[in-house]
Write a protein that binds this ligand. Structure first.
Ligand SMILES: C[S@@+](CC[C@H](N)C(=O)[O-])C[C@H]1O[C@@H](n2cnc3c(N)ncnc32)[C@H](O)[C@@H]1O
Length: 285
């Protein structure tokens, strides 16, 4: 199965550090709103990976339930937990599970699917099944946050290219490895809206030994209205949408972030939503 970073989990954090750490504050804000109380409640992160988002949430005092299908990604997360203070590690519960079909036997006030992980589901059937599973786990007053990338390039045959694009080169202090990251845009399926990029890490060990690690990905892309229709038809009600973690409009920015409740959402916790969403709901803006 693709998209599980089976050969490259060890490089995931250095790859995403500069790109995506802006989202942590965004999720912390929602955790504070949706899980007030002392001690705070538990949130669910789907496809939690190496804990890039879950761990800072646990450090901030929130209990986190994380699921991911990738054993290598979870083992990076577990390694971080074993180095974390005991009370932080105790707030995190991890499980290897498929976000397209999971059953944790309870519901949550906050479910998050950060950094484009939802796009790893490429078949219609698995996408719908994931949204059904999520809905079953979202409390009547709860919120779901899904972050997708916004397709900004020309999504036609010109997206693909046999040319290997250099991204960055870094030395990992702890291991002494020098890693050069590049990407090849292998293929695009415009009918099914799936892109097939391949990430390539060329690694040089301290000893001088060289290896190449290839991670072929398969990601479904969505235009804003498509995700809106999908969420609404799956029984969600979209409360807010943003183009980036700083809450800019969906017309700008690299992301498409949807904040949704259940279609049958109870009105109470809207009082805990940001003022802009509250005003919209109350029809005062
Ligand atoms: C781009 S990473 C995001 C990880 C983390 N959420 C973050 O923001 O750093 C995508 C994650 O989705 C996981 N994944 C892919 N398909 C999955 C599936 N069907 N069920 C659960 N996790 C999945 C991968 O293993 C990987 O950890």
């Amino acid at each position: 199965m693709k998209n599980l970073y089976l050969s490259s989990a060890e490089f995931y954090d250095i790859d995403t550090y500069h790109l995506a750490n802006h989202d942590i504050g965004f999720y912390l804000d929602y955790a504070r709103k949706m899980l007030p109380g002392e001690p705070p409640g538990e949130l669910l992160e789907l496809a939690c990976g190496t804990g890039r988002v879950s761990l800072p949430l646990a450090e901030a005092g929130f209990r986190v339930r994380g699921i991911d299908l990738s054993a290598p990604m979870l083992s990076v997360f577990k390694r971080k937990l074993s180095a974390a203070p005991r009370e932080v590690a105790a707030r995190v519960r991890l499980e290897q599970a498929d976000m397209a079909d999971f059953d944790l036997g309870r519901d949550f006030e906050l479910i998050i699917v950060p950094f484009r992980a939802f796009q790893a589901l490429t078949s219609e059937e698995r996408v719908r099944s994931a949204l059904l599973s999520i809905k079953r786990h979202l409390s009547p007053t709860g919120l779901l946050i899904i972050d997708l990338f916004r397709p900004r390039w020309r999504m036609d045959g010109s997206w693909a290219s046999a040319v290997e694009q250099f991204d960055w080169s870094k030395t990992i202090r702890e291991t002494g490895q020098t890693v050069v990251r590049s990407e090849i845009r292998r293929r695009i399926d415009t009918a099914r809206q799936i892109i097939y990029p391949e990430i390539i890490y060329r690694v040089e060990e301290r000893s001088g030994e060289r290896t190449t690690v290839c991670e072929p990905l398969e990601l479904r892309y969505y235009y804003q209205y498509q995700m809106e229709v999908l969420l609404i038809c799956s029984g969600f009600k979209i409360e807010e949408s943003f183009g980036y973690y700083d809450r800019r409009s969906t017309d700008e920015g690299s992301e498409l972030i949807f904040v949704a409740g259940r279609g049958d959402r109870e009105p109470g916790p809207l009082a805990r939503l940001p003022p802009r969403a509250r005003k919209r709901k109350e029809g005062t803006s």
